[in-house]
Ligand binder design. Structure first.
Ligand SMILES: Nc1nc2c(ncn2[C@@H]2O[C@H](COP(=O)(O)OP(=O)(O)O)[C@@H](O)[C@H]2O)c(=O)[nH]1
Ligand SMILES: [Mg+2]
Length: 359
C-alpha cells in the first residue's frame, strides 16, 4: 500500500514522514520547493504475526508493508508546480494531509497565519482543480477522436460530464456515488480528489492535552464529514520514532499518549480503505496478506500466487482467536474449528488460511 503525505509547505510533512517511518529526513525551517521525494517502507504492526511466529518459529516472518512518500508542499493556485507532486502521488492508495496547527514564529507559513480549516480547503481545491484539468483534457481528447471518426463511448462521455459538474461545485470525487462499473471505467484517468484521504492535524507540544484541538476537529468535521481526522504532535512523534524500541513506551506514558501516531494512522487507513489481513502459517514463513474486506477466498488465494487462484480447491480456515485459544492445528481439526470453505467464502480479518489447490 502506498500512502502519500501532502499539505502546504512547512506544515510538518517531512516531520510526519520521519514520525511514521522512523527515518531521519531533513526538516529545514525554510520551505523547500525542489529536491528529491522521501520514500520509506514500514511494517504494519501486527501482534498476531509476532505471536504466530513464536508458535511456528518460521524461517521468515513477513508483515504487511506500507510505503510512505513525502515530497514538496502544494502551492495555492499553481497547478503547474503542483503537477510535480501529483505525478508522484496519483497512484497512491491514500493521502495523508498534514495540516499545521502548531505555532512557531521562526517557521513561516505559506499563507501567512495559522488557519487549519482554510488550509484544508486550499489543498482540497488544488486536488479538485487538477481533476477539472484532467476532465477537460479527457473531453477534448474525446472530441478529437470523434472528429477522426472514432465512435465515442457514450456512457463514459456522460459520466465525465457529470464528474465535471460535480467538481465545478468544488466537491471532491471521493464523495461522488460511483457504481462499481463506473469506478473501473475511470480508473485509468487517475483522479486525485478520488483518493481516500486522512487529515492529520500537526499540533504544538502545548496543545497535547488541550480542548482546543477538539474544537478545531469539530469545525473540520462539519465541513468534511467523510474525512477521518487525527491529530499528533509531529515533532514529539518524530523523536519517539527515533528512540530504541524499549524506550518508546515509557516516553509515550510520560506524555499520556496511548500509542504512537504511526500505529493509529495505519489503523485509520485500513479502516478507511476497508482493508483486512489474512494470515498464512508454516515452518517456512508466517505472513500477513492485505486484502479488501469480504474478498472471496479464491481471489485472496490469487494474492499469494495466480496458480493457487487457478487451481483453487478449498480453503482451510480458522480464525486467529480460535487458533490461539486451542494452541495447535491438530486440536483445532479435532474440535471442528478448522473449517473447509469454498471459492466464494468472504475472508475475515485474522483468518489463518491454508489453500488447497491443484494445477
Ligand atoms: N514546534 C513544532 N514545530 C514543528 C512541528 N512539526 C514541524 N515543525 C517544524 O516546522 C519546520 C518544517 O517542518 P517540515 O516537516 O520540514 O515541514 P514540510 O515542509 O511540510 O515538510 C521544521 O523546522 C520543523 O521542526 C511541531 O509539531 N511542532
Ligand atoms: Mg518537507
Amino acid at each position: 500500500m502506498k500512502i502519500a503525505i501532502t499539505g502546504l509547505s512547512n506544515s510538518g510533512k517531512t516531520t510526519a514522514f520521519n514520525a511514521l517511518t522512523g527515518l531521519n529526513a531533513e526538516t529545514p525551517i525554510y520551505p523547500n520547493v525542489t529536491g528529491e521525494p522521501n520514500i520509506g517502507v514500514v511494517k504494519v504492526p501486527d501482534k498476531r504475526i509476532l505471536k504466530l511466529s513464536e508458535i511456528y518459529k518460521p524461517k521468515k516472518s513477513t508483515f504487511a508493508t506500507i510505503e510512505y512518500i513525502d515530497y514538496i508542499g502544494l502551492t495555492k493556485g499553481d497547478l503547474k508546480q503542483n503537477k510535480k507532486v501529483f505525478d508522484l502521488i496519483k497512484d497512491a492508495d491514500a493521502i495523508v494531509h498534514v495540516v499545521r496547527v502548531f505555532k512557531n514564529e521562526s517557521v513561516s507559513h505559506p499563507l501567512e497565519n495559522i488557519n487549519p480549516l482554510r488550509d484544508i480547503e486550499t489543498i482540497e481545491l488544488e486536488l479538485i482543480f487538477a481533476d477539472i484539468d484532467l476532465v477537460e483534457k479527457r473531453l477534448e481528447r474525446m472530441e478529437e477522436n470523434k472528429k477522426r471518426g472514432k465512435k465515442p463511448d457514450e456512457s463514459e462521455h456522460k459520466l465525465i460530464l457529470k464528474l465535471k459538474d460535480f467538481l465545478l461545485k468544488e466537491k471532491a470525487l471521493r464523495d461522488f456515488n460511483f457504481t462499481s462499473e463506473e469506478l473501473i471505467s475511470i480508473r485509468h484517468l487517475q483522479f486525485l480528489s478520488i483518493i481516500p484521504k486522512v487529515i492529520v492535524l500537526n499540533i504544538g507540544e502545548e496543545d497535547l492535552n488541550g480542548d482546543n484541538i477538539n474544537l478545531i476537529k469539530n469545525e473540520i468535521k462539519k465541513q468534511y464529514p467523510s474525512i477521518p481526522i487525527l491529530s499528533f504532535c509531529g515533532k514529539i512523534e518524530m523523536e519517539i520514532a527515533q528512540l530504541p524500541p524499549e524506550e518508546k513506551q515509557p516516553f509515550l506514558d510520560d506524555l499520556k499518549i496511548n500509542e504512537p501516531a504511526s500505529f493509529k494512522l495505519i489503523q485509520t487507513c485500513y479502516e478507511m480503505l476497508g482493508l483486512i489481513s489474512f494470515i498464512t502459517v508454516g515452518e517456512d514463513e508466517v505472513r500477513a496478506w492485505t486484502i479488501k474486506k469480504d474478498t472471496p477466498a479464491v481471489v485472496a488465494a490469487g494474492k499469494i500466487h495466480s496458480d493457487i487462484e487457478r487451481g483453487f480447491i478449498r480453503a482451510e480456515v480458522i480464525s486467529y482467536d480460535d487458533f490461539i485459544a486451542l494452541g495447535n492445528m491438530q486440536t483445532a481439526k479435532e474440535k471442528g474449528l478448522l473449517r473447509l470453505e469454498g471459492k466464494t467464502y468472504p475472508v475475515k480479518d485474522g483468518d489463518i488460511i491454508n489453500f488447497r489447490f491443484n494445477v
